[in-house]
Design a protein around this ligand. Structure first.
Ligand code: PTJ
Length: 253
């Protein structure tokens, strides 16, 4: 990892995440295309002011409630997220009792095993979806992504899909699952098909979600969780995020 980034650099955090991705690429966790996807995310993050908005916080709260009420919550893991926030993904899985499943867009068993190892090194006890364990099929999908773990995503009722492609999110919704997307692009297909979309950088989302989920879990109050979900409106929430991007333009001109 590049140790030459000065702490005083105004974009220190963002540069550090880049380093984590590059290191993930060198260690075989991330595909080259993942570096491009990250750049796209950075551009949206810049327009969103590189901070968690009110809308994102509302979506994070609804997502936390949904995960806590789920019977079989699952967190889908790809190369990018394993490289930049493995520790937080494991922590969230523990707080919400969610299973961790590796599900790659560019499927490759060797990379799946590297990602599994990264999660285990960060405290995961069990990782789903690796190699032959992904023996169930999502019939709506034709790509290699249709292969999922029968005890993970296939069984799951609530699935959290960070940095996802639209096809699979749509297929999972068609299967009757509740989909929580984390995507900095509020107009991506994934953002529009998910029932709960968190428009924010995953590096800020996870610590916030862990702390909100912990707080909600301690209430031991299903009625409060149900109320939070009922009051959430994804379309309105997405419009609010788009408004921030439009406002960024107005603020500059
Ligand atoms: O590891 P694999 O094989 O599963 O591949 C993973 C990538 C990310 C390469 C693959 O899923 C892909 O190509 O994704 P897309 O279609 O480029 O979509 C990624 C979305 O995530 C884009 O809308 C980005 O804006 C968004 N994004 C990128 N970085 C972040 C992000 N959203 C939240 N936090 C980020 N840090």
């Amino acid at each position: 990892m590049n140790k030459n980034i000065p702490l005083s650099h105004p974009r220190f955090k963002s540069l550090l995440v880049r380093e984590k991705l590059v290191s993930g690429f060198e260690r075989g966790l991330v595909v080259a295309q993942g570096l491009i996807a990250h750049g796209r995310g950075e551009a949206f993050d810049y327009l969103l002011g590189e901070q968690t908005s009110r809308a994102a916080r509302v979506a994070i709260t609804a997502a936390s409630a949904e995960l806590l009420l789920a019977r079989h919550p699952v967190i889908s893991i790809n190369g990018n997220v394993a490289a930049i926030c493995a520790k937080e993904l494991v922590e969230l899985s523990k707080v919400t009792n969610a299973r961790l499943e590796v599900n790659l867009f560019y499927r490759d068993e060797k990379r799946e095993r590297f990602i599994e190892r990264e999660l285990i090194n960060n405290g995961a006890r069990k990782v789903y979806g690796v190699g032959p364990r992904a023996s169930a099929r999502i019939s709506e999908l034709h790509s290699e992504r249709r292969r999922v773990d029968p005890d993970g995503i296939y069984l799951g009722d609530v699935v959290i899909v960070p940095l996802e492609d639209g096809d699979r999110a749509e297929a999972l919704v068609k299967m009757g699952k509740k989909i929580i997307a984390i995507d900095l692009n509020p107009i991506s297909r994934t953002a529009r098909v998910a029932q709960i979309t968190i428009v924010d950088n995953i590096i800020r989302v996870l610590p916030t979600m862990i702390s909100i989920a912990r707080e909600l879990r301690s209430l031991e109050d299903e009625a409060t969780l149900t109320k939070i979900i009922k009051e959430f409106n994804n379309k309105k929430n997405l419009e609010e995020s788009l408004g921030i991007i439009q406002g960024a333009k107005d603020g500059l001109l």
